[in-house]
Design a protein around this ligand. Structure first.
Ligand code: CA
Ligand code: CA
Ligand code: CA
Ligand code: CA
Length: 348
């Protein structure tokens, strides 16, 4: 009974994976990088599909064939040959019997080659950026763990070489997070808005029958996600702008005046950004303290405005004359659950 259950599970897994990653030809028994660089890499000659010295290895976790070779400086050409023969071979753009792929190497380098039998895309890490969408959805695609930039189940491919790297998958309904990682490592990675080491990009899949399409622009580093609801990018608050200073500096203002607190959230997020209207509470005046006299001549009534030309929010805070001689902490809660404060000392 136990054995029957195991068999059922294996069959189910095979069906599930072939649904998402189908090829029009049978799984190959070997993949050879065949080209003008083979004699340099230990083969008896060049363009030899049966030379094992330039075989790629199949990685079952990634479902991608891959291998690294130390390639001498020079201008080389190659294709991949399946099953140690030319009968089935792929060149530029993953095209069957396609053109040779050029590979220019300036100094002797370890070059890593990749072949995806589901799409037939063959490339290397000189011609292409090796980009993965790493995130909390990777285990759902068959990776051993989530957030693994080296699991190529979520490899972004660019067979047409237009600099837009794409991946299409099906995911169970649920909420996930993602970033783009380069070179199978976290050393270079991009989050929301294409920001290096930026925030995770949240997205929600409502319908598992709708494919989720990821598109990564290697120039802007922005990752677009289609077929899912993408969470708005988080606020990028970088502190209050002059004339107001961030804590521990104490801003000194005349009690009763309107204080203009200027800040950016990294773009226009509308005026409904507060969790609750900003508040203030009396606090002991810090001593010793760095004091910053604030004399803002800017006019306007109290409230929040946004200046798109400066990408700047201005909250005009009406202070009270009765606060003269005291200190207060200004508290601004944004609806991304962040709290930002500034210290004030009031004069007469
Ligand atoms: Ca050669
Ligand atoms: Ca997961
Ligand atoms: Ca891997
Ligand atoms: Ca492309």
């Amino acid at each position: 009974m136990k054995r029957l259950l195991q068999l059922t599970a294996v069959v189910f897994a095979a069906v599930a994976s072939s649904m998402s990653r189908a090829s029009h030809t049978p799984a190959p028994t070997s993949i050879t990088v065949a080209g003008s660089l083979q004699s340099e890499l230990g083969c008896p000659g060049d363009w030899q599909p049966a030379c094992a010295a330039t075989h790629l290895a199949y990685d079952p976790e990634d479902d991608i064939w891959q291998g690294s070779f130390n390639v001498p400086a020079g201008s080389w050409e190659y294709k991949v040959a399946l099953n140690d023969a030319w009968d089935e071979n792929y060149g530029a753009g993953g095209v069957a019997n396609g053109a040779n792929i050029g590979l220019a190497v300036g100094v002797p380098s370890d070059v890593k080659f990749y072949y995806d039998h589901a799409t037939h895309w063959v490339t290397d890490n000189v011609n292409s950026v090796i980009a993965t969408v790493a995130g909390s959805f990777q285990s759902e695609l068959g990776c051993a763990t989530d957030w693994d930039p080296s699991c190529l189940r979520s490899w972004l491919e660019d067979p047409d070489r237009d600099g837009i790297y794409a991946l299409q998958v099906r995911l169970p309904a649920g909420s996930y997070e993602a970033k783009v990682a380069i070179g199978e490592s976290w050393d270079e990675n991009y989050g929301a808005g294409g920001v290096p080491n930026g925030a995770n990009i949240g997205f929600t899949v409502q319908d598992e029958t709708v494919p989720v399409a990821f598109r990564y622009d290697a120039q802007s580093h922005v990752l677009a996600i289609e077929g899912a609801t993408v969470a708005p990018p988080p606020y990028q608050f970088t502190g209050f702008f002059p004339p107001v200073s961030d804590p521990p500096t104490v801003n000194v203002v005349k009690a009763g005046k309107i204080v203009a607190l200027r800040f950016s959230l990294g773009g226009d997020h509308g005026l409904d950004v507060f969790q609750v209207p900003p508040t203030s509470a009396q606090t002991a005046c810090p001593s010793p303290a760095v004091e910053n006299p604030v004399d803002d001549k800017g006019g306007g009534g109290p409230g929040l405005t946004y200046d798109a030309s400066l990408d700047q929010y201005v909250f005009r805070w009406k202070t009270d004359r009765s606060w003269a001689g005291t200190c207060r902490e200004f508290r601004m809660s944004l609806d991304d659950d962040s709290l930002h404060t500034a210290l004030f000392k009031f004069t007469r």
